[in-house]
Design a protein around this ligand. Structure first.
Ligand code: CO
Length: 134
């Protein structure tokens, strides 16, 4: 069902500061910024080899990422696994009793379709399923 880890999501307060660290200090390739209105976040992707880091900066106080930072502080927010067919993955997991936050895929950053598992079903780790392309 899974093909690889697509990215690690990291909640940050300042995209600019975090990009400087990952791009200039760690030497990752900066792939651009995108605003996801629905989630009230600005998202930056950085890449090294096949691996990606997704930096999430809240754009409003009621953004889910703002609430996450309030509760947990900045840091690792989620792990995203790539799947070939996100609908099929949701169906399989639901059938097995795994709780999903998203019963239906929604649009993620960078032309992906995503669905989150409920952290209660994944040992407290917010877990994303991510299908590239539409
Ligand atoms: Co993500």
């Amino acid at each position: 069902m899974l093909t690889k880890i697509n990215h690690i999501g990291i909640a940050v307060k300042s995209l600019d500061e975090s990009i400087t660290f990952y791009r200039d200090n760690l030497g990752m390739l900066f792939a651009g910024i995108e605003v996801v209105e629905e989630q009230k976040v600005r998202v930056a992707m950085l890449q090294v080899g096949e691996s990606k880091i997704e930096l999430l900066e809240p754009t409003a106080e009621d953004s889910p990422v703002a609430r996450f930072i309030e509760k947990n502080g900045v840091g690792i927010h989620h792990v995203a696994f790539e799947v070939e067919d996100v609908e099929a993955a949701i169906a399989k997991l639901s059938e097995e009793g795994v709780r999903m936050i998203d019963q239906k895929p929604r649009c993620g950053a960078h032309d992906t379709r995503i669905a989150f598992l409920h952290p209660k079903s994944s040992g407290g780790v917010l877990t994303e399923l991510c299908q590239c392309g539409h």
